[in-house]
Design a protein around this ligand. Structure first.
Ligand code: 13P
Ligand code: SF4
Length: 311
């Protein structure tokens, strides 16, 4: 339930979006009241496509900085706004560009596949980007003996290597939010609800993934929740996803595996900040033209490869 002030703000933002030709683009980890008034809610891949395809002149990104930066790189003719410039992704920030450049120099024949959860400067020195929804598809398009460095999420990288049965070098980073769930919590829930399906984001570590009935991106998890015959679902990703799951399958019992599964950066975005961002046309997200040109190649290659027909 939303209080009167929140309801008023939601209505005001809906009007302001129309008046200012703003497209409100939100991630599934956003607060429910933000998802409810967004023009589009999606996983990070779908958000990139929606940014590219929208007709509005301004896109307000309700998500962390790499999502807003991706929109800025893909849509140079649009104004990209962030309601909270400090909303960032610690995993994306952990990449040391010097490590990547050194790897390039030492392995001139290798390819670098960057998760979109990276700064634009890292994408600029990568061969191709990927998201959790298309990582396996992207990596599979390199010859099996091609040396690959996957940056920066070790868990997604290891999951893709396992799934494809190929060797990949992986950077050492991880998402702090997805490490907050414990094996004990998951096992206890499964004991309580033996009929439940366990749905896991690939940013979780192996011992958690090994207990999954389904592993996929946020939109993959929502789709599986909706389409599977399971009436009880244990969800292992950030709490914001529960809003969409309850909307899409209101008659199923969906349980968040741990109350600790909260990304503080995603949750630092509020209705008030969105309101001020539209009214003041700030904060505009900027990427230098040099970095934009270099990073757009890796992003556009991801989009092309993700939609290719492969055997
Ligand atoms: P998705 O691409 O699955 O939405 O994941 C984005 C993210 O930041 C997960 O932590
Ligand atoms: Fe980054 Fe994890 Fe938050 Fe996603 S959930 S934005 S990977 S910290």
């Amino acid at each position: 339930m939303h209080d009167t002030r929140s309801r008023e703000l939601m209505d005001e933002i809906i009007d302001l979006k129309k008046q200012n030709n703003v497209f409100l683009l939100a991630h599934y980890y956003q607060r429910p009241e933000i998802q409810m008034i967004a023009d589009y809610v999606g996983d990070s891949y779908a958000m990139a496509l929606a940014a590219r395809n929208c007709s509005q002149s301004t896109i307000l990104v309700a998500g962390v900085d790499f999502m807003a930066e991706t929109a800025a790189v893909l849509c140079p003719d649009k104004t990209i706004l962030t309601p909270e410039p400090l909303a960032t992704c610690p995993m994306a920030n952990s990449v040391n560009i010097e490590d990547i450049l050194k790897y390039r120099q030492e392995h001139p024949d290798a390819v670098i596949v960057s998760y979109v959860n990276t700064p634009a400067e890292v994408k600029a020195v990568s061969d191709v980007c990927c998201t959790s929804s298309n990582a396996a598809r992207i990596v599979a398009q390199f010859a099996p003996d091609k040396q690959v460095l996957f940056v920066p999420d070790q868990h997604l990288g290891n999951y893709i290597a396992e799934k494809l049965g190929r060797h990949m070098e992986v950077y050492y980073s991880e998402c702090p939010t997805h490490q907050r769930v414990t094996v004990e919590q998951l096992d206890q829930l499964k004991e309580q609800y033996p009929e439940a399906a366990i749905l896991v984001h690939p940013e979780c570590r192996k011992e958690i993934r090994d207990r999954a009935d389904y592993i996929g991106s946020t939109s993959g998890i929502i789709d599986y929740a909706e389409k599977s015959n399971h009436q009880v679902l244990i969800i292992v990703t950030e709490s914001g996803i529960m809003h969409s799951i309850s909307e899409k399958c209101p008659n199923k019992k969906a349980i968040l595996a741990s109350q600790e599964l909260i990304c503080p950066n995603m949750k630092s975005i509020t209705l008030e900040k969105i309101y001020h961002s539209i009214v003041n046309n700030e904060t505009i997200v900027e990427v230098s033209e040099d970095t934009r040109i270099k990073s757009v190649a890796a992003l556009e290659k991801m989009i092309e490869w993700a939609s290719r027909d492969i055997a």
